[in-house]
Design a protein. Structure first.
Length: 529
């Protein structure tokens, strides 16, 4: 009797899941109509619901300092309110400081703060637990009802999330609006193993290695195979399929006996971790759960890590969004720390061409929304740059907030031919950005303190010149001494100068000795051309 009840319950769950998926697909059909209206009518009346949930593996996310405050990274989307008929609902785990909200609203041009605030609804789950925000919202039916009541017309509304999982699919169905993002049925394409599948199908270069691994024995065999195929390589990378921000990577140094399974296994047990708290046992528990890959660690006299951000629109257009020089650091040089926009002239055309191949293949598979393709470019002295695709992030990422700021503040767009961002006057724009500006000396700074410093020391964005400093993730400052910063200039040199000056002012104001952990953006690890 008990078994039959379990089978019946399982059957009901499967049926409900299928109903949810079908409803999700029907809602998705509304997106092309909404997209066309937004593209052709700057004053199109609509509601944007933003739930910036980081619905990724929470153990991996916990390795990122101040991860709870990453929900503030999409606050630049408040600038959508410059459309006088747009409504915006922004949901977070904990309430956002009202001064932080005002900071963004004051950047609007052509709309008063009062008018924008009337069309903005900031909601919070009042839940600081280590769970994805979407899960918290789904656990609160009254909060869902409140959101639905604030949506003026579901036919003119859509949901924006940091990434898409079955949780976000369920939320879209509960709200009865389409999700402007990936169908969770395609999530496997965003894993490290799925990335390699796409790279092969798209015909782009990518590192030698093996995907779809699950056990320690499989990893050892893959490492021995790689060592034979790359006899001059000193290192390899072992990556968990769903690692976040480079935190799921380990670097292996090949042993002297590269064909010996025991020697390789011993070397595997001494991986160098990106996350300082990682252990072998924990890493391989996650590896067994999520799977992963082994691939070559590319070394050359010159190595850089640019990325390309793209978007597949509801009308199936593959659109270039931006390109960046990524700044990587941490213990193994695998963690994302910041970026410069745009990618350097010497590689930009090459990576844009390769990224378009990847985007075209993803479009064929039915992918929708924003994504990024990370590359390594490398060369010997005085030789041509070689390009290798490393990773696809089928979600928003660290390069999304600074570009959102540039896009919405200046009203410009990327020239697809050059990859440069031009404002309405034709002026090219550049920026330096990081969501990892941190110092022990910054701890204890309240939002009010930061805004007082911004006002008194002139650290603000100026619409007249389209240049200046913008802060985000401000909520993480007091507890973690960490904040996001984007500095926009009319040249790469001006953007760097604004960044350096802003950091100098913050250090002076906190009367410290500077950064306990200087980021590569500060020491110019990526030298200006």
């Amino acid at each position: 009797m008990r078994d039959s009840l379990k089978e019946e319950a399982a059957g009901v769950a499967v049926a409900e899941d299928q109903i949810e998926k079908e409803r999700f697909r029907k809602l998705k059909q509304q997106l092309p109509v909404i997209w066309e209206s937004l593209s052709t009518d700057p004053a199109f009346e609509h509601t944007s619901v933003i739930v910036p949930s980081l619905s990724v593996n929470q153990e991996e996310l916990s390795k990122v300092l101040g991860a709870a405050w990453y929900e503030e990274r999409l606050l630049f989307a408040l600038i959508r309110l410059r459309n006088p008929r747009a409504r915006l609902i922004y949901v977070t785990s904990q309430p956002v400081h009202p001064d932080v909200v005002d900071y963004y609203l004051q950047m609007l041009e052509g709309v008063t703060v009062r008018h924008a605030r009337e069309r903005l609804h900031m909601l919070a789950a009042h839940d600081g637990s280590a769970r994805p925000l979407t899960q918290k919202v789904l656990a609160r039916p009254r909060l869902i009802k409140r959101i639905r009541d604030l949506i003026a017309d579901p036919q003119r509304a859509y949901l924006t999330c940091y990434n898409a999982t079955p949780l976000e699919r369920r939320l879209a169905v509960e709200l009865d609006i389409p999700l402007n993002g990936l169908d969770p049925e395609l999530l496997h394409l965003g894993t490290k193993s799925g990335n390699r599948e796409i790279f092969q199908a798209a015909g782009v270069n990518y590192p030698l290695g093996t995907e779809n691994l699950c056990t320690e024995d499989e990893v050892v065999s893959a490492l021995i195979k790689l060592a034979r195929e790359r006899p001059r390589s000193r290192c390899a990378v072992v990556k968990i399929n769903e690692g976040f921000g480079g935190e799921g990577n380990g670097i292996l140094t090949f042993p002297d006996k590269r064909d010996d399974a025991q020697a390789m296994r011993q070397a595997l047990h001494t991986l160098d971790w990106t996350a300082p708290t990682e252990t072998f046992e924990h890493f391989f528990d996650k590896f067994a759960e999520m799977g992963g890959i082994v691939e070559e660690f590319i070394e050359a006299p010159e190595v850089r890590s640019p990325s390309v951000q793209m978007r597949i629109n509801p009308d199936a257009e593959v659109a270039l969004v931006s390109s960046h020089e990524q700044v990587l650091g941490g213990a193994t040089g695998q963690s994302y720390l910041g970026c410069r926009f745009p990618a350097n002239d010497d590689c930009r055309k090459q990576i844009l061409t390769e990224a378009l191949k990847v985007g075209t293949e993803l479009c064929k598979r039915g992918v929708l929304g924003r994504f990024a393709v990370d590359f390594l470019i490398f060369r010997d002295k005085d030789s041509a740059w070689q390009c290798s695709a490393i990773e696809i992030n089928l979600r928003m990422g660290g390069t999304t907030p600074p570009f959102h700021a540039l896009e919405f503040l200046t009203g410009g767009r990327v020239d697809p031919g050059t990859g440069l961002f031009l404002d309405p006057s034709g002026q090219a724009k550049y920026y330096c950005a990081t969501d990892n500006l941190k110092s022990p000396d910054y701890k204890g700074l309240l939002p009010e303190d930061l805004f007082e410093i911004i006002s008194r020391r002139g650290l603000r964005y100026r619409h007249a010149t389209g240049t200046g400093a913008l802060f985000y993730m401000i909520g993480a400052l007091s507890e973690h001494g960490k904040v996001g910063l984007t500095c926009i200039g009319n040249s790469a040199e001006e953007a760097q100068s604004l960044f350096d000056n802003t950091v100098r002012v913050l250090d002076e104001e906190t009367q410290g000795e500077g950064h306990g952990e200087a980021g590569p953006l500060l020491d110019r690890h990526l030298a200006m051309e």
